[in-house]
Design a protein. Sequence first.
Length: 303
Amino acid sequence: MVDITHKINTLRIATAQAIVKVSTLDTIKAIENKTVPKGDVFAMSKAAGLLGVKKTPDLLPDCHPLPIEFTGIDYDINGLEITILCTIKTIYKTGVEVEAMHGASIVALNMYDMLKPIDKGVEIHHIKLLNKKGGKSDFKDHFRKDITAAVVVCSDTISAGQKEDKAGKAIIQKLEDCDVAISDYTIIPDEIDRIQQKVKHYQEQHIDLVIFTGGTGLSKRDVTPEALEPLLDRTIPGIEEAIRSYGQERTPYAMLSRSVAGTYKNCLVLALPGSTNGAKESMDAIFPSLLHIFRIFKGARHD
């Protein structure tokens, strides 16, 4: 199956349809009057659909098992056609489109099975996805496309040439994947004055986003938060919480990170862990949704 461990949980909704077409109005009347020999067609088919939704990953090998938190099955009769709508909701890392289509299909097949003794002309048509929401496609077009960023690696050993930087490069890769232009990339030692100078310099250069990696731990030389916090006009605790929450689900040591997020004048400043995995996971936790903040800076509404 596709690896979705890097994704975050969001509300996922999908609605699919199937159409059952009968050959006579007598069949419709039998359904409405509950006189079909095999029983209540709508009630039994709904039950079958609920089971079908839950069994989707058992039958389709690439589907992830996921928590189904709502299933709605509705019918609409129009002449000889019965439209089935199957709506699925979950809070998870991947969508429920296939579950919705599978549910609609099973409802239609159960109706066919129940109606075939009284109507040899029953047909199933137009099984398709009607809509979905909750994935990255719902948000990607809401971001500005002119955002610039600078990435600063804070490390005594890397700045001395004793170690190769991987965390900063992982951050750059994620930014480029999110269509953020990289204005600068630099490596400096763990010194408060140097860190503060970088923030002021990039703000004067009208850089939108400055990301520091390294110096957020608890050793004596980890001073990035101490350097940044006096400069910040406003902190953004939700970003810090999202980073640590995401990391804590992957390693018990994430709680020890002192990641920082806040604004310095018109610039967004982040301090992320210096380990490659820590930096990468932090970026996965907050991007691309964090980019919405730059529309808010311009006065856009959250919706």
